[in-house]
Ligand binder design. Structure first.
Ligand code: PHE
Length: 407
């Protein structure tokens, strides 16, 4: 791996000690589920796009927002982090959390990675939609590849106050202002409040378009390095509060660096999978990657607003197998390395991995982990032999690659 090179989407990249993209992840780079005709993620994308087309139009009644849904997921650390003021030591940059191509490039961890380049191109209103990549745990709601929509709107002072009566003399910037919980130092409170109102009303009406007019929702204060103030929208669905999106007022330093000095902006980002799972009652996130007609055919429609409820074709039995090992004492080990290894070998036959026991030997201080791996194929019954075979390969690879000692 190190000192070599890898090919991604037809381009060669040098590898180094940061490289941790895996073959299973690389396979996903060209799937483009969000723009696959009749795919559930594509329907949700279309509903969101329609909402913004309709909400913001120019004098000629044409949509103000332009949509970028085909940008390459291979980005620089500058795009993904630095341009968004993510500090050099921020935990989200860790090798254990991202898929790095090499020290300088990674598979984008959020679609916000394209914000600055699009603003620098002169765009004021846009959506970015695409696949994003994060190393994470394995269960029915987490998958290392998922899809996000980001939105940005920049306004001049005239645009901010155009619908506010008698606001002729109001400014969006103030000098010697101080940052507080409600605003950045450089902004006037009145500009922030009008932008906040615009942002929140368009996102609440989006939630209503998705979940119904009577959806119960709440705003929660949040923190992002690239916005201030920041909020999260949660909706009450099936007896639980679920996070739908993050948003806020764009840090003015980001706009300044992009050459914009006369505008204030808002931004938001949301994940498509969780929304689609709620809307269509899809029980497992792996199903989005299914090529099985039993899944895909249920979503064939020319009307993305049509109500569809997924009906499981049949439920195949789960099969669980435990693995216990001593962690290496002289090299770094992290659970995400093990999860990637299990995915590489088991692929989507692995439904879930739970760390069921962690134990420190009182004398030797050696650490032992026990994981329960739950196997279930989505489209057919797995035989015990098949599962045993995969499990043995996982044991062997863990020994060879992660230097653990199987108990
Ligand atoms: N990028 C953030 C995330 O992935 C979402 C976000 C986008 C928040 C834009 C604020 C503004 O969680």
């Amino acid at each position: 791996n190190s000192q070599g090179c890898i090919e991604l989407l037809g381009q060669k990249y040098a590898t180094d000690e940061w490289t941790n993209v895996t073959p299973k992840i690389i396979e996903k780079l060209d799937r483009k589920l969000h723009i696959t005709k009749n795919h559930p993620l594509s329907h949700v994308r279309q509903i969101i796009a329609n909402h913004f087309y309709k909400s913001y139009t120019n004098r000629g009644n044409n949509p103000l927002f332009s949509i970028y849904d085909n940008l390459s997921p291979i980005v620089t650390t500058k795009q993904n982090f630095d341009s968004l003021l993510v500090p050099p030591d921020h935990p989200s940059r860790k090798k254990t959390d991202c898929y790095y191509v090499n020290r300088d490039m990674l598979l984008r961890a959020h679609t916000t990675a394209h914000q600055v380049e699009l603003i620098s191109m002169g765009l004021d209103n846009f959506l970015v939609i695409g696949d994003v990549y994060r190393r994470d745990e394995i269960d029915s709601t987490h998958y290392p590849v998922f899809h996000q929509v980001d939105g940005v709107r920049l306004c001049t002072g005239d645009e901010v106050f155009q619908n506010v009566k008698g606001s002729g003399k109001l400014n969006i910037f103030e000098h010697r202002g101080v940052e507080g919980t409600d605003k950045q130092g450089c902004h006037t409170l009145e500009a922030v409040k009008v932008m906040e109102y615009d942002l929140k009303q368009v996102l609440v009406s989006l939630a209503q378009a998705l979940f119904g007019q009577s959806v119960k929702y709440r705003w929660v204060d949040e923190y992002f390095p690239f916005t201030h103030p920041s909020w999260e929208l949660e909706v009450f669905f099936n007896g639980k509060w679920i996070e739908v999106l993050g948003c806020g007022i764009i840090r003015q330093e980001i706009l300044q660096r992009a050459g914009i000095s006369d505008r204030i902006g808002w931004a938001f980002g949301l994940g498509l999978e969780r929304l689609a799972m709620c809307l269509y009652s899809i029980p497992d996130i792996r199903l989005f990657w299914s090529l099985d007609s039993g899944f895909l055919n249920q979503f064939i429609t020319d009307d993305p607003h049509k109500k569809i409820t997924y009906k499981p074709v049949s439920i195949y039995p789960q099969c669980s197998n435990d693995i216990s090992f001593w962690l290496p004492q002289d090299s770094a080990y992290c659970s995400n390395d093990f999860y990637d290894l299990v995915r590489d070998i088991g692929g989507d036959t692995v439904e879930q991995i739970q760390l069921v026991d962690e134990f420190v030997h009182p004398k030797t201080k050696k650490v032992s982990h026990c994981y329960r791996i739950i196997y279930r194929h989505m489209e057919r019954v797995l035989t015990q032999d098949e599962v045993n075979d995969i499990h043995k390969k996982i044991e062997k690879a863990s020994k060879d690659l992660l230097h653990v000692v199987i108990r």
